[in-house]
Design a protein around this ligand. Structure first.
Ligand code: AMP
Length: 125
């Protein structure tokens, strides 16, 4: 069930629990701004989620409330993870679902990195 991205941050969401170490993840990368881990239900041969360390519901929330340092650190982390995964030369796709129409399921900002194969059209038609 997609979430309402205008709601306040919910500290009990699954990615907050992963950040606190209460739930496991298959970690790919971590620094002071971001944690990257494999998606539990991969939709492509490479499917990594990158989340900011701070409590941001969505891309909308992060872009409005995140500090310049957090935003720069997060964007750089996404690029670093994709490079380290060897995705630049073959190419890859980034996706951040926001709210109901975006189909966002987890109310903590996450950028999906998809790669490892041709990904087809941008959206189903
Ligand atoms: P979204 O629909 O953009 O909110 O995507 C949520 C993503 O989180 C989905 O691709 C799920 O497979 C993934 N996911 C949910 N729970 C976990 C988890 N515990 N570990 C890793 N990925 C998860």
């Amino acid at each position: 069930m997609p979430i309402d991205a205008t709601k306040p941050y919910d500290e009990s969401n699954i990615f907050a629990r992963i950040l606190r170490g209460e739930l496991p993840c298959t970690k790919v990368y971590e620094n002071e701004f971001a944690l990257a881990f494999n998606d539990i239900k991969p939709a492509a041969p490479v499917h990594i989620l990158v989340i900011p360390k701070g409590p941001y519901v969505s891309w909308d929330d992060f872009s409005a409330r995140g500090s310049a340092e957090e935003i720069a650190g997060f964007v750089k982390a996404v690029g670093h993870v994709a490079r380290e995964a060897g995705l630049v030369e073959p190419g890859y796709r980034l996706l951040a679902n926001v709210g109901m129409n975006g189909g966002q399921e987890v109310p903590h900002l996450h950028v999906h990195i998809f790669g490892g194969a041709g990904l087809g059209p941008m959206l189903a038609r």
